[in-house]
Design a binder for this molecule. Structure first.
Ligand SMILES: Nc1ncnc2c1ncn2[C@@H]1O[C@H](COP(=O)(O)OP(=O)(O)OP(=O)(O)O)[C@@H](O)[C@H]1O
Ligand SMILES: [Mg+2]
Length: 472
Protein backbone atom coordinates (compact mmCIF):
# COMPACT_ATOMS: atom_id res chain seq x y z
CA UNK A 1 0.00 0.00 0.00
CA UNK A 2 1.97 2.97 -1.27
CA UNK A 3 -0.14 5.62 0.26
CA UNK A 4 0.86 4.47 3.73
CA UNK A 5 4.32 5.82 3.29
CA UNK A 6 2.90 8.81 1.46
CA UNK A 7 0.81 9.91 4.37
CA UNK A 8 3.44 9.02 6.89
CA UNK A 9 5.90 11.24 5.21
CA UNK A 10 4.16 14.36 6.36
CA UNK A 11 5.35 13.45 9.82
CA UNK A 12 3.77 16.49 11.38
CA UNK A 13 1.12 14.68 13.35
CA UNK A 14 -2.56 14.85 12.71
CA UNK A 15 -2.59 18.39 11.46
CA UNK A 16 -3.36 18.80 7.81
CA UNK A 17 -0.66 20.34 5.73
CA UNK A 18 -1.53 23.55 3.84
CA UNK A 19 -2.88 22.70 0.46
CA UNK A 20 -0.63 24.32 -2.07
CA UNK A 21 2.34 26.54 -1.77
CA UNK A 22 1.64 28.15 -5.10
CA UNK A 23 -1.73 29.46 -3.99
CA UNK A 24 0.04 31.59 -1.40
CA UNK A 25 1.77 33.76 -3.96
CA UNK A 26 -1.42 34.00 -5.97
CA UNK A 27 -3.11 35.77 -3.10
CA UNK A 28 -0.95 38.83 -3.49
CA UNK A 29 -3.28 40.46 -5.99
CA UNK A 30 -6.22 40.74 -3.62
CA UNK A 31 -4.80 43.45 -1.39
CA UNK A 32 -7.64 45.85 -2.17
CA UNK A 33 -10.01 43.37 -0.57
CA UNK A 34 -8.07 42.87 2.64
CA UNK A 35 -10.98 44.16 4.73
CA UNK A 36 -13.18 41.29 3.54
CA UNK A 37 -13.08 38.53 6.13
CA UNK A 38 -16.08 36.43 5.13
CA UNK A 39 -19.64 36.81 3.96
CA UNK A 40 -20.98 38.16 7.26
CA UNK A 41 -24.01 35.91 7.53
CA UNK A 42 -26.00 35.16 10.67
CA UNK A 43 -26.62 31.55 11.74
CA UNK A 44 -29.95 31.45 9.96
CA UNK A 45 -28.28 32.45 6.72
CA UNK A 46 -29.50 36.03 6.60
CA UNK A 47 -26.99 38.75 5.86
CA UNK A 48 -26.04 41.15 8.63
CA UNK A 49 -26.01 44.74 7.30
CA UNK A 50 -22.34 45.19 8.18
CA UNK A 51 -20.22 42.22 9.22
CA UNK A 52 -16.94 40.55 8.26
CA UNK A 53 -16.04 43.66 6.31
CA UNK A 54 -19.08 43.35 4.08
CA UNK A 55 -21.63 46.11 3.88
CA UNK A 56 -25.05 45.85 2.23
CA UNK A 57 -25.45 43.77 -0.96
CA UNK A 58 -27.61 41.55 1.20
CA UNK A 59 -29.44 39.32 -1.23
CA UNK A 60 -26.26 38.49 -3.18
CA UNK A 61 -24.52 37.60 0.08
CA UNK A 62 -27.40 35.41 1.14
CA UNK A 63 -27.38 33.65 -2.21
CA UNK A 64 -23.64 33.08 -1.87
CA UNK A 65 -24.26 31.70 1.60
CA UNK A 66 -26.65 29.15 0.16
CA UNK A 67 -24.12 28.17 -2.48
CA UNK A 68 -21.57 27.82 0.31
CA UNK A 69 -23.87 25.37 2.08
CA UNK A 70 -24.25 23.40 -1.15
CA UNK A 71 -20.46 23.34 -1.52
CA UNK A 72 -20.03 22.15 2.05
CA UNK A 73 -22.37 19.22 1.51
CA UNK A 74 -20.70 18.60 -1.85
CA UNK A 75 -23.89 19.07 -3.83
CA UNK A 76 -22.86 21.94 -6.05
CA UNK A 77 -20.40 20.20 -8.32
CA UNK A 78 -21.11 20.34 -12.00
CA UNK A 79 -22.84 23.63 -11.69
CA UNK A 80 -21.55 27.15 -11.80
CA UNK A 81 -22.36 30.32 -9.96
CA UNK A 82 -22.28 33.47 -12.03
CA UNK A 83 -21.88 36.78 -10.24
CA UNK A 84 -23.11 39.52 -12.52
CA UNK A 85 -23.29 43.23 -11.81
CA UNK A 86 -21.79 46.60 -12.58
CA UNK A 87 -18.15 47.46 -11.96
CA UNK A 88 -17.21 47.91 -8.32
CA UNK A 89 -20.33 46.29 -6.93
CA UNK A 90 -18.41 43.68 -4.98
CA UNK A 91 -18.33 40.57 -7.20
CA UNK A 92 -14.67 39.83 -6.61
CA UNK A 93 -15.19 40.67 -2.95
CA UNK A 94 -18.03 38.14 -2.75
CA UNK A 95 -15.92 35.39 -4.24
CA UNK A 96 -13.16 36.12 -1.77
CA UNK A 97 -15.70 36.12 1.04
CA UNK A 98 -16.71 32.63 -0.05
CA UNK A 99 -13.08 31.53 -0.07
CA UNK A 100 -12.61 32.81 3.49
CA UNK A 101 -15.73 30.97 4.64
CA UNK A 102 -14.53 27.73 3.09
CA UNK A 103 -11.43 27.87 5.23
CA UNK A 104 -8.03 26.32 4.74
CA UNK A 105 -9.32 22.83 4.13
CA UNK A 106 -11.00 23.45 0.82
CA UNK A 107 -8.88 24.52 -2.12
CA UNK A 108 -9.75 27.87 -3.64
CA UNK A 109 -8.15 28.76 -6.92
CA UNK A 110 -8.64 32.27 -8.25
CA UNK A 111 -7.86 33.14 -11.83
CA UNK A 112 -8.71 35.87 -14.30
CA UNK A 113 -10.24 35.14 -17.68
CA UNK A 114 -7.38 36.73 -19.55
CA UNK A 115 -4.86 34.40 -17.89
CA UNK A 116 -5.61 31.78 -20.52
CA UNK A 117 -3.95 33.72 -23.32
CA UNK A 118 -0.37 32.64 -23.60
CA UNK A 119 1.78 32.15 -26.64
CA UNK A 120 3.29 29.00 -25.21
CA UNK A 121 0.53 27.11 -23.48
CA UNK A 122 -2.81 26.13 -24.91
CA UNK A 123 -5.80 27.99 -23.50
CA UNK A 124 -7.49 24.79 -22.48
CA UNK A 125 -4.29 23.65 -20.82
CA UNK A 126 -4.30 26.71 -18.57
CA UNK A 127 -7.94 26.05 -17.72
CA UNK A 128 -7.26 22.39 -17.04
CA UNK A 129 -4.38 23.25 -14.74
CA UNK A 130 -6.54 25.60 -12.74
CA UNK A 131 -9.34 23.06 -12.59
CA UNK A 132 -6.94 20.59 -11.03
CA UNK A 133 -5.60 23.18 -8.62
CA UNK A 134 -9.14 23.48 -7.32
CA UNK A 135 -9.65 19.79 -6.58
CA UNK A 136 -8.23 18.56 -3.32
CA UNK A 137 -7.51 15.07 -2.14
CA UNK A 138 -7.40 14.29 1.56
CA UNK A 139 -5.44 11.19 2.39
CA UNK A 140 -6.17 10.01 5.88
CA UNK A 141 -4.91 7.06 7.83
CA UNK A 142 -4.64 6.04 11.43
CA UNK A 143 -1.44 4.29 12.21
CA UNK A 144 0.04 2.66 15.23
CA UNK A 145 3.43 4.24 15.78
CA UNK A 146 6.22 4.58 18.26
CA UNK A 147 7.37 8.15 18.28
CA UNK A 148 9.96 10.00 20.29
CA UNK A 149 13.45 11.39 20.58
CA UNK A 150 16.15 8.75 20.56
CA UNK A 151 18.09 8.69 23.79
CA UNK A 152 19.75 5.36 23.26
CA UNK A 153 20.63 3.38 20.18
CA UNK A 154 22.64 0.22 20.75
CA UNK A 155 22.84 -2.63 18.31
CA UNK A 156 23.72 -5.91 20.02
CA UNK A 157 26.07 -8.11 18.08
CA UNK A 158 26.41 -11.87 18.35
CA UNK A 159 28.74 -14.42 16.92
CA UNK A 160 27.50 -15.63 13.61
CA UNK A 161 26.70 -19.28 14.25
CA UNK A 162 27.34 -20.18 10.62
CA UNK A 163 30.57 -18.55 9.61
CA UNK A 164 32.34 -18.37 12.88
CA UNK A 165 34.23 -15.14 12.17
CA UNK A 166 31.78 -12.38 11.18
CA UNK A 167 29.38 -10.88 13.61
CA UNK A 168 25.68 -10.25 13.01
CA UNK A 169 23.28 -8.01 14.77
CA UNK A 170 20.85 -9.97 16.86
CA UNK A 171 18.70 -7.10 17.99
CA UNK A 172 18.71 -3.37 18.58
CA UNK A 173 17.81 -1.60 21.76
CA UNK A 174 16.39 1.83 21.23
CA UNK A 175 15.01 4.24 23.81
CA UNK A 176 12.44 6.80 22.74
CA UNK A 177 11.64 9.82 24.86
CA UNK A 178 8.50 11.97 24.77
CA UNK A 179 7.22 14.67 27.09
CA UNK A 180 5.37 11.97 29.04
CA UNK A 181 8.14 9.46 29.49
CA UNK A 182 10.70 7.12 28.00
CA UNK A 183 10.25 3.67 26.54
CA UNK A 184 12.85 1.12 25.62
CA UNK A 185 12.20 -1.04 22.60
CA UNK A 186 13.92 -4.18 21.39
CA UNK A 187 13.84 -4.17 17.66
CA UNK A 188 14.36 -6.70 14.95
CA UNK A 189 17.64 -6.32 12.97
CA UNK A 190 15.72 -5.55 9.80
CA UNK A 191 14.45 -2.36 11.42
CA UNK A 192 18.03 -1.49 12.25
CA UNK A 193 18.69 -1.44 8.55
CA UNK A 194 16.03 1.16 7.94
CA UNK A 195 17.36 3.15 10.86
CA UNK A 196 20.75 3.15 9.19
CA UNK A 197 19.20 4.17 5.91
CA UNK A 198 17.47 7.17 7.47
CA UNK A 199 20.83 8.11 9.03
CA UNK A 200 19.28 8.37 12.44
CA UNK A 201 21.39 9.12 15.49
CA UNK A 202 20.86 9.87 19.17
CA UNK A 203 18.95 13.14 19.53
CA UNK A 204 16.78 12.71 16.48
CA UNK A 205 13.01 12.55 16.62
CA UNK A 206 11.71 9.56 14.71
CA UNK A 207 8.67 7.42 14.46
CA UNK A 208 8.45 3.74 13.69
CA UNK A 209 5.31 2.31 12.22
CA UNK A 210 4.26 -0.61 14.34
CA UNK A 211 2.93 -2.88 11.62
CA UNK A 212 5.41 -2.21 8.83
CA UNK A 213 8.49 -1.29 10.81
CA UNK A 214 9.08 1.67 8.54
CA UNK A 215 11.24 4.29 10.18
CA UNK A 216 10.77 7.94 9.49
CA UNK A 217 13.01 10.68 10.72
CA UNK A 218 10.97 13.74 11.67
CA UNK A 219 13.92 16.00 12.48
CA UNK A 220 16.46 16.82 15.14
CA UNK A 221 15.14 17.42 18.63
CA UNK A 222 15.21 21.13 19.39
CA UNK A 223 17.06 20.45 22.62
CA UNK A 224 20.08 20.03 20.33
CA UNK A 225 19.51 23.26 18.43
CA UNK A 226 22.75 25.11 17.84
CA UNK A 227 23.36 28.74 17.24
CA UNK A 228 24.61 28.62 13.71
CA UNK A 229 23.11 31.17 11.37
CA UNK A 230 22.85 28.75 8.51
CA UNK A 231 22.08 25.12 8.87
CA UNK A 232 20.54 22.28 6.95
CA UNK A 233 18.97 20.64 9.97
CA UNK A 234 15.31 20.91 10.83
CA UNK A 235 14.58 21.12 14.53
CA UNK A 236 11.33 19.77 15.95
CA UNK A 237 9.91 19.83 19.46
CA UNK A 238 9.81 16.77 21.69
CA UNK A 239 6.66 14.77 20.82
CA UNK A 240 3.75 14.93 23.25
CA UNK A 241 1.84 11.94 24.64
CA UNK A 242 2.94 8.35 25.02
CA UNK A 243 5.65 6.77 22.94
CA UNK A 244 3.31 4.09 21.67
CA UNK A 245 0.24 5.69 20.19
CA UNK A 246 -2.22 5.80 17.37
CA UNK A 247 -1.50 8.64 15.12
CA UNK A 248 -3.81 9.99 12.48
CA UNK A 249 -1.90 11.22 9.53
CA UNK A 250 -3.79 13.53 7.22
CA UNK A 251 -2.38 14.99 4.10
CA UNK A 252 -4.08 17.49 1.84
CA UNK A 253 -2.90 17.79 -1.72
CA UNK A 254 -4.49 19.07 -4.88
CA UNK A 255 -4.57 17.09 -8.07
CA UNK A 256 -2.29 19.69 -9.56
CA UNK A 257 0.27 19.00 -6.85
CA UNK A 258 0.14 15.34 -7.80
CA UNK A 259 0.54 16.20 -11.47
CA UNK A 260 3.53 18.39 -10.74
CA UNK A 261 5.15 15.93 -8.40
CA UNK A 262 4.83 13.12 -10.88
CA UNK A 263 5.99 15.18 -13.79
CA UNK A 264 9.11 16.39 -12.02
CA UNK A 265 10.16 13.98 -9.32
CA UNK A 266 12.99 15.69 -7.48
CA UNK A 267 13.84 13.16 -4.82
CA UNK A 268 14.79 14.17 -1.31
CA UNK A 269 12.98 14.22 1.95
CA UNK A 270 9.91 16.29 1.15
CA UNK A 271 6.37 15.00 0.93
CA UNK A 272 6.15 15.55 -2.76
CA UNK A 273 8.95 13.17 -3.51
CA UNK A 274 6.97 10.35 -1.98
CA UNK A 275 3.71 11.41 -3.54
CA UNK A 276 5.72 11.55 -6.71
CA UNK A 277 6.02 7.83 -6.73
CA UNK A 278 2.31 7.29 -7.25
CA UNK A 279 2.87 6.81 -10.91
CA UNK A 280 6.00 5.03 -11.91
CA UNK A 281 8.32 6.25 -14.57
CA UNK A 282 9.73 9.71 -14.93
CA UNK A 283 8.18 12.41 -17.01
CA UNK A 284 9.08 16.00 -17.39
CA UNK A 285 5.81 17.37 -18.63
CA UNK A 286 2.24 17.12 -17.46
CA UNK A 287 0.41 15.33 -20.21
CA UNK A 288 -3.16 14.16 -20.53
CA UNK A 289 -1.90 10.63 -20.23
CA UNK A 290 -0.18 11.37 -16.95
CA UNK A 291 -3.34 13.05 -15.66
CA UNK A 292 -5.34 10.01 -16.71
CA UNK A 293 -3.01 7.71 -14.82
CA UNK A 294 -3.15 9.88 -11.74
CA UNK A 295 -6.94 9.96 -11.91
CA UNK A 296 -6.95 6.18 -12.03
CA UNK A 297 -4.77 5.85 -8.95
CA UNK A 298 -6.78 8.51 -7.15
CA UNK A 299 -10.04 6.75 -7.96
CA UNK A 300 -8.64 3.53 -6.61
CA UNK A 301 -7.70 5.20 -3.34
CA UNK A 302 -11.12 6.76 -3.10
CA UNK A 303 -12.78 3.38 -3.59
CA UNK A 304 -10.56 1.84 -0.93
CA UNK A 305 -11.55 4.60 1.45
CA UNK A 306 -7.99 5.78 1.96
CA UNK A 307 -8.53 9.08 0.28
CA UNK A 308 -11.38 11.50 0.05
CA UNK A 309 -12.03 13.92 -2.75
CA UNK A 310 -12.42 17.53 -1.65
CA UNK A 311 -13.86 19.50 -4.53
CA UNK A 312 -12.78 23.09 -4.06
CA UNK A 313 -13.68 26.28 -5.82
CA UNK A 314 -12.38 27.59 -9.09
CA UNK A 315 -13.07 31.29 -9.39
CA UNK A 316 -12.82 32.82 -12.85
CA UNK A 317 -13.00 36.58 -12.65
CA UNK A 318 -13.77 38.66 -15.77
CA UNK A 319 -15.17 35.57 -17.44
CA UNK A 320 -16.20 37.50 -20.56
CA UNK A 321 -12.52 37.51 -21.48
CA UNK A 322 -12.72 33.78 -22.26
CA UNK A 323 -13.45 32.85 -25.84
CA UNK A 324 -15.64 30.29 -27.53
CA UNK A 325 -13.07 27.48 -27.24
CA UNK A 326 -12.71 28.02 -23.53
CA UNK A 327 -16.46 28.09 -23.01
CA UNK A 328 -17.05 24.79 -24.77
CA UNK A 329 -14.18 23.35 -22.76
CA UNK A 330 -15.76 24.64 -19.56
CA UNK A 331 -19.04 22.93 -20.46
CA UNK A 332 -17.32 19.62 -20.75
CA UNK A 333 -15.10 20.04 -17.73
CA UNK A 334 -18.11 20.92 -15.58
CA UNK A 335 -19.71 17.61 -16.44
CA UNK A 336 -16.73 15.40 -15.67
CA UNK A 337 -16.92 13.25 -12.57
CA UNK A 338 -14.17 15.04 -10.74
CA UNK A 339 -15.05 18.65 -11.16
CA UNK A 340 -14.61 21.55 -8.75
CA UNK A 341 -17.24 24.14 -7.98
CA UNK A 342 -17.01 26.97 -10.42
CA UNK A 343 -17.70 30.60 -9.67
CA UNK A 344 -17.70 33.06 -12.54
CA UNK A 345 -17.85 36.84 -12.36
CA UNK A 346 -18.46 39.43 -15.03
CA UNK A 347 -19.48 43.06 -15.30
CA UNK A 348 -20.69 42.91 -18.89
CA UNK A 349 -24.29 43.00 -19.98
CA UNK A 350 -25.15 42.05 -23.56
CA UNK A 351 -21.90 41.60 -25.38
CA UNK A 352 -20.20 39.73 -28.15
CA UNK A 353 -18.78 36.34 -27.29
CA UNK A 354 -15.05 36.48 -27.84
CA UNK A 355 -13.84 34.33 -30.67
CA UNK A 356 -17.07 34.41 -32.65
CA UNK A 357 -16.33 37.57 -34.61
CA UNK A 358 -14.07 37.44 -37.63
CA UNK A 359 -12.96 39.62 -40.53
CA UNK A 360 -12.50 38.60 -44.10
CA UNK A 361 -14.89 37.98 -46.95
CA UNK A 362 -17.63 36.50 -44.78
CA UNK A 363 -17.02 38.91 -41.93
CA UNK A 364 -19.27 38.64 -38.94
CA UNK A 365 -19.72 40.84 -35.93
CA UNK A 366 -20.07 37.79 -33.76
CA UNK A 367 -22.72 36.29 -31.54
CA UNK A 368 -24.16 38.62 -28.95
CA UNK A 369 -25.15 36.96 -25.74
CA UNK A 370 -25.92 38.03 -22.16
CA UNK A 371 -22.66 38.65 -20.23
CA UNK A 372 -20.71 37.56 -23.32
CA UNK A 373 -21.27 33.94 -22.28
CA UNK A 374 -22.82 31.38 -24.65
CA UNK A 375 -26.35 30.31 -23.78
CA UNK A 376 -25.46 26.68 -23.20
CA UNK A 377 -23.04 27.63 -20.45
CA UNK A 378 -25.49 30.16 -19.02
CA UNK A 379 -27.94 27.27 -18.72
CA UNK A 380 -25.57 25.58 -16.30
CA UNK A 381 -25.18 28.70 -14.20
CA UNK A 382 -27.03 30.01 -11.23
CA UNK A 383 -26.91 33.76 -11.64
CA UNK A 384 -26.58 36.14 -8.72
CA UNK A 385 -26.89 39.84 -9.33
CA UNK A 386 -24.97 42.51 -7.44
CA UNK A 387 -26.60 45.93 -7.20
CA UNK A 388 -25.09 49.41 -7.04
CA UNK A 389 -24.61 50.82 -3.56
CA UNK A 390 -26.62 53.40 -1.69
CA UNK A 391 -25.04 56.46 -0.15
CA UNK A 392 -25.05 55.00 3.37
CA UNK A 393 -23.40 51.81 2.22
CA UNK A 394 -20.67 53.69 0.40
CA UNK A 395 -19.97 55.74 3.52
CA UNK A 396 -19.80 52.57 5.60
CA UNK A 397 -17.40 50.82 3.20
CA UNK A 398 -15.19 53.93 3.11
CA UNK A 399 -15.11 54.04 6.88
CA UNK A 400 -14.23 50.33 7.03
CA UNK A 401 -11.53 50.68 4.46
CA UNK A 402 -10.00 53.69 6.21
CA UNK A 403 -9.86 51.63 9.37
CA UNK A 404 -8.14 48.71 7.64
CA UNK A 405 -5.58 51.02 6.08
CA UNK A 406 -5.07 52.70 9.43
CA UNK A 407 -6.20 56.15 8.24
CA UNK A 408 -8.06 58.78 10.23
CA UNK A 409 -10.74 60.66 8.33
CA UNK A 410 -12.67 63.70 9.54
CA UNK A 411 -16.42 63.30 9.36
CA UNK A 412 -16.91 66.02 6.72
CA UNK A 413 -14.08 64.63 4.62
CA UNK A 414 -15.78 61.24 4.72
CA UNK A 415 -18.97 62.93 3.59
CA UNK A 416 -17.11 64.51 0.70
CA UNK A 417 -15.65 61.13 -0.31
CA UNK A 418 -19.09 59.53 -0.10
CA UNK A 419 -20.36 62.27 -2.39
CA UNK A 420 -17.60 61.38 -4.83
CA UNK A 421 -18.53 57.69 -4.53
CA UNK A 422 -22.17 58.38 -5.36
CA UNK A 423 -21.19 60.56 -8.32
CA UNK A 424 -18.60 58.19 -9.80
CA UNK A 425 -18.16 54.78 -8.20
CA UNK A 426 -17.39 53.11 -4.93
CA UNK A 427 -14.06 51.92 -6.17
CA UNK A 428 -12.98 55.40 -7.25
CA UNK A 429 -13.87 56.83 -3.87
CA UNK A 430 -11.93 54.03 -2.17
CA UNK A 431 -8.93 54.80 -4.28
CA UNK A 432 -8.91 58.45 -3.25
CA UNK A 433 -8.37 57.51 0.38
CA UNK A 434 -4.64 56.82 0.25
CA UNK A 435 -3.59 59.85 -1.86
CA UNK A 436 -5.69 62.06 0.39
CA UNK A 437 -3.92 60.68 3.42
CA UNK A 438 -0.56 61.51 1.89
CA UNK A 439 -1.67 65.08 1.23
CA UNK A 440 -2.82 65.32 4.81
CA UNK A 441 0.57 64.16 6.04
CA UNK A 442 2.33 66.65 3.79
CA UNK A 443 0.38 69.45 5.42
CA UNK A 444 1.31 68.08 8.80
CA UNK A 445 -2.04 66.58 9.78
CA UNK A 446 -2.86 63.07 10.96
CA UNK A 447 -6.46 63.24 9.90
CA UNK A 448 -7.74 63.54 6.36
CA UNK A 449 -9.63 66.81 6.04
CA UNK A 450 -12.07 68.10 3.43
CA UNK A 451 -9.40 70.14 1.65
CA UNK A 452 -7.30 67.01 1.05
CA UNK A 453 -10.22 65.21 -0.52
CA UNK A 454 -11.05 68.32 -2.50
CA UNK A 455 -7.53 68.57 -3.80
CA UNK A 456 -7.21 64.95 -4.91
CA UNK A 457 -10.68 64.76 -6.43
CA UNK A 458 -10.72 68.04 -8.33
CA UNK A 459 -7.23 69.51 -8.27
CA UNK A 460 -4.92 66.58 -8.87
CA UNK A 461 -6.92 63.68 -10.26
CA UNK A 462 -9.97 63.36 -12.40
CA UNK A 463 -12.64 60.72 -12.53
CA UNK A 464 -13.50 59.12 -15.84
CA UNK A 465 -16.33 61.52 -16.66
CA UNK A 466 -14.37 64.70 -15.99
CA UNK A 467 -11.47 63.41 -18.00
CA UNK A 468 -13.60 62.44 -20.99
CA UNK A 469 -15.40 65.80 -20.97
CA UNK A 470 -12.10 67.60 -20.97
CA UNK A 471 -10.85 65.74 -24.01
CA UNK A 472 -13.97 66.59 -26.00
N1 LIG B 1 -20.41 45.21 0.09
C1 LIG B 1 -19.15 45.58 0.25
N2 LIG B 1 -18.64 45.73 1.48
C2 LIG B 1 -17.37 46.11 1.64
N3 LIG B 1 -16.52 46.37 0.65
C3 LIG B 1 -16.94 46.22 -0.60
C4 LIG B 1 -18.28 45.82 -0.86
N4 LIG B 1 -18.46 45.76 -2.19
C5 LIG B 1 -17.29 46.12 -2.74
N5 LIG B 1 -16.37 46.39 -1.80
C6 LIG B 1 -15.00 46.84 -2.06
O1 LIG B 1 -15.07 47.73 -3.14
C7 LIG B 1 -14.02 47.51 -4.06
C8 LIG B 1 -14.57 47.11 -5.41
O2 LIG B 1 -15.28 45.89 -5.35
P1 LIG B 1 -14.96 44.62 -6.29
O3 LIG B 1 -13.57 44.67 -6.74
O4 LIG B 1 -15.43 43.41 -5.58
O5 LIG B 1 -15.93 44.95 -7.49
P2 LIG B 1 -16.24 44.05 -8.75
O6 LIG B 1 -17.71 43.83 -8.72
O7 LIG B 1 -15.38 42.85 -8.77
O8 LIG B 1 -15.90 45.04 -9.92
P3 LIG B 1 -15.38 44.72 -11.39
O9 LIG B 1 -16.58 44.33 -12.19
O10 LIG B 1 -14.81 46.01 -11.85
O11 LIG B 1 -14.37 43.63 -11.27
C9 LIG B 1 -13.17 46.43 -3.46
O12 LIG B 1 -12.10 47.03 -2.76
C10 LIG B 1 -14.12 45.74 -2.52
O13 LIG B 1 -13.42 45.11 -1.49
MG1 LIG C 1 -13.81 42.23 -10.01
Amino acid sequence: MKVASTAGASGSGSTAAPTTSSSVSREARVASHSHIKGLGLADDGTAIQSAHGFVGQKSAREACGLVLDLIRIKKFAGRALLLAGGPGTGKTALALGISHELGQKVPFCPMVGSEVYSSEVKKTEVLMENFRRAIGLRVRETKEVYEGEITELTPTETENPLSGYGKTISHVVIALKTVKGTKQLRLDPSIYESIMKERVSVGDVIYIEANTGAVKRVGRSDAYATEFDLEAEEYVPLPKGEVHKRKEVVQDVTLHDLDMANAKPQGGQDIMSVVGQLVKGRRTEITDKLRGEINKVVNKYIEQGIAELVPGVLFIDEVHMLDMECFTYLNRALESTISPHVILATNRGQSTIRGTEYDGPASSSGIVSPHGIPLDLLDRCMIVRTLPYQRDEIREVLRLRAKTEGLLVKEDALERLTEQGVKTSLRYALQLLTPASILAKLSGRDEIAVEDVEEVSTGLFMDARQSALLLK
